[in-house]
Every structure is written in structure tokens, then in C-alpha cells.
Ligand binder design. Structure first.
Ligand SMILES: Nc1ncnc2c1ncn2[C@@H]1O[C@H](COP(=O)(O)OP(=O)(O)O)[C@@H](O)[C@H]1O
Ligand SMILES: [Mg+2]
Length: 336
């Protein structure tokens, strides 16, 4: 049996009314979505606001029943075997209150551990270990209402790990966190995946996705748009990276060689003369052409005083993909 979560043809529609007494309408939030979350990998789920990420995560974590389609966790059906499935996964949602303010950090972990059926024997040492992992050992016996936002969020991570889940579903876990805390959290995520946990991550912070995810699904309006590594996505969106080479003492031979290189790869070269006499040679291409461009300049007798590569962002890639496939604007969806 493959050790992975598989969502097949997952579908969720809600009955909504525009006005209080308006007509009922069906609204599709997730539309025949298929994806897999193997262990030992961070899988990204990306899409604009309202794309259906949270609804998908809620269905996978058994909080929401799919209208149709199935979720299996290590081969167990999540509706028929809901209890067993819940024992294998946990959910952490950023921005949502997932711990109790009137309890201490330790009390929270003991409480949620019992809720997940962790034996008392295991619970104490595991809570201590987790408090240590997330840097709350010293604040373990302080009421959560005294915690900073970052501390509360770190406790939420510990809470998410208290049942030692094989899979962790992270819905915008770093939302609203200060940069250093978000970075700590990314380190925890990277560590968990090397320990063999399967992680699903949704995030608005695309650098985070690029840093952590090995595989990414992009969805729009609840439907699958494209999947692959973060690099594959930017390439499939046809985004170019721009390379800038600073040549301190340019001459005609060097400029000729650079222009010839540009013609060969089919991208125009632009030149910018700087006040200090140096020349900035720029070229945009979907492939990584920084090395060959520098080589061409050096072969023509040029020196290189600086090199800048601007990689396209995943956010740009998603917007480009969504624009290319959506008949109507998808930007500016509802913010939760
Ligand atoms: N309980 C609900 N009732 C009605 N519509 C909902 C409900 N939950 C989500 N939706 C709608 O489903 C769509 C997807 O929402 P969501 O899964 O929260 O997207 P995301 O997390 O990608 O921003 C949105 O249009 C949202 O308004
Ligand atoms: Mg969401």
C-alpha cells in the first residue's frame, strides 16, 4: 500500500444565497480535483484567493465532507475510516485560533493530545519535547493569553504535532507572522519532511513555496491548472529570467560578441552605459543563459565586474497561468 494521501475527483459545492431571502444557488468551491501528498515531500497547493485551497484542505482533513470524490490516507477511505484517518493527520491553519488562551501551553498540548487519543504515558514526554522543539520550554506554564502572536502560532504548530501525525496539512501557517518567526517555522517544516512526514502547504508567500515545496499544484476556481516543481511552473508560464552582466571596460568586440550571442539564443540584448564607463549587458530568456552569456563576453576579451540574475516569481507564474486559462478575471477574489 502506497504511503500517501490521494484525493481523487474531489468536489465540493455549497448552497448559497446572494441576499438573505434571495434564491438559493449552487456554488462550486472545488471542482474534480485530483492530487497526491506522499510522505517525505512538501506538496504545495497554490491559487489566488477563493481558488478553493482551504476547502480542499478541510475535506482532506475530514472537517468537511466532499460532495463527491474520495480521499484515501495510506489506502484508508477518509469517510468510511474517519477515525483511523484522523489519527494519521493533523491540520494547522494560520490566522485561526487553534489553542485555548485560558490554558498554559503545556495544558493545551495535554488537552489536545487526549482529544487525539494519545496515551497518558506518551503524552507527557511528547508535550515536553514539542514545547522544546518550538522554543516554548520556558513559557510552557504561562497562560497562552500572555503569549505573543508568534508564541501562540508556535504552540499551534506543537498542537498540530501532538498526535505524531504522518501527514501535516498547513493552511497559510505563517500568515501574519513576523519574519524571524516565519523563518523558524519554515525550518521546522523542512525538518519534519526529512523525518518522513507528508506535508501539504498553502501559502500566500511565494518565496516560502519556492523554498519549501518540491511539488506544486496550482488551482483556479477549484480546478487543477498545472502541477510540477516550482521551476517547471515558472517555465510553463513562459516567464523569462533577466540576466545583467556588468562589463567594466567595454569595446566593440565585446559588444559584437554579446549581440551575436543574443541572436543565437533568439533574445535581444540591451545595453546601458553607466557613468563610471562600465556597460550593463542585459538579456531575458526562459532558459538559464547566464553562464553562456558570461562565457561569450569573456571569450571576446571582456572582464565581468558584476552579474545579476532576476528569477521570475511563482506569483507571476500563477497570475500568468490563471489569466491564460480563465475566461473572466480571477484576481481580487474574496479574502477570507
Ligand atoms: N461554507 C461556505 N459556504 C459558501 N461558500 C463557501 C464556503 N466556504 C468557501 N466558500 C467559497 O468557496 C470558494 C473557495 O473558498 P476557499 O476554499 O476558502 O478558497 P481559498 O482558501 O483558496 O482562498 C470561495 O468562493 C468561497 O467563497
Ligand atoms: Mg484559504
Amino acid at each position: 500500500m502506497a504511503e500517501e494521501i490521494v484525493a481523487r475527483d474531489l468536489h465540493k459545492s455549497f448552497i448559497v444565497r446572494d441576499k438573505m431571502f434571495g434564491p438559493r444557488k449552487q456554488k462550486t468551491a472545488v471542482n474534480r480535483l485530483t492530487l497526491s501528498i506522499p510522505r517525505g515531500r512538501v506538496t504545495g497547493l497554490l491559487g489566488l484567493n477563493g481558488a478553493g485551497k482551504t476547502t480542499t484542505i478541510k475535506m482532506i482533513s475530514t472537517l468537511l465532507r466532499p460532495t463527491s470524490g474520495t480521499v484515501t490516507v495510506d489506502g484508508l477511505d477518509s469517510v468510511a475510516n474517519a477515525r483511523a484517518v484522523r489519527g494519521r493527520l493533523n491540520l494547522i491553519a494560520g490566522g485561526e485560533r487553534m489553542v485555548y488562551a485560558r490554558m498554559t501551553g503545556r495544558e493545551n498540548l495535554h488537552y489536545f493530545g487526549r482529544l487525539y487519543g494519545v496515551s497518558t504515558q506518551l503524552l507527557r514526554p511528547r508535550a515536553d519535547e514539542l514545547l522544546d522543539t518550538v522554543g516554548l520550554a520556558e513559557a510552557a506554564d504561562t497562560l497562552v493569553e500572555r503569549y505573543s502572536r508568534g508564541m501562540t502560532q508556535r504552540l499551534a504548530i506543537a498542537r498540530g504535532l501532538i498526535n505524531d501525525p504522518a501527514y501535516l496539512l498547513l493552511d497559510e501557517p505563517t500568515l501574519g507572522l513576523d519574519a524571524p518567526i516565519a523563518r523558524d517555522l519554515r525550518r521546522v517544516i523542512a525538518k519534519l519532511v526529512t523525518e518522513g512526514k507528508g506535508i501539504l502547504l498553502t501559502s500566500h508567500y511565494l518565496t516560502e513555496v519556492e523554498e519549501l515545496c518540491q511539488h506544486v499544484y496550482v488551482i483556479a476556481r477549484g480546478s487543477h491548472l498545472v502541477e510540477g516543481s516550482p521551476a517547471v511552473l515558472t517555465a510553463s508560464a513562459g516567464l523569462r529570467r533577466t540576466v545583467e552582466v556588468v562589463v567594466p571596460r567595454p569595446d566593440e568586440t565585446i559588444v559584437g560578441a554579446a549581440s551575436e550571442f543574443g541572436e543565437r539564443v533568439g533574445a535581444p540584448v540591451t545595453y546601458l552605459q553607466r557613468d563610471d564607463g562600465s556597460l550593463v549587458v542585459s538579456l531575458s530568456h526562459t532558459d538559464d543563459i547566464a553562464g553562456p552569456l558570461v562565457t561569450a563576453i569573456v571569450a571576446a576579451g571582456g572582464a565581468v565586474a558584476g552579474l545579476t540574475i532576476n528569477n521570475p516569481s511563482l506569483e507571476g507564474a500563477i497570475l500568468a497561468l490563471a489569466d491564460a486559462t480563465e475566461p473572466s478575471p480571477v484576481r481580487g477574489g474574496k479574502t477570507e
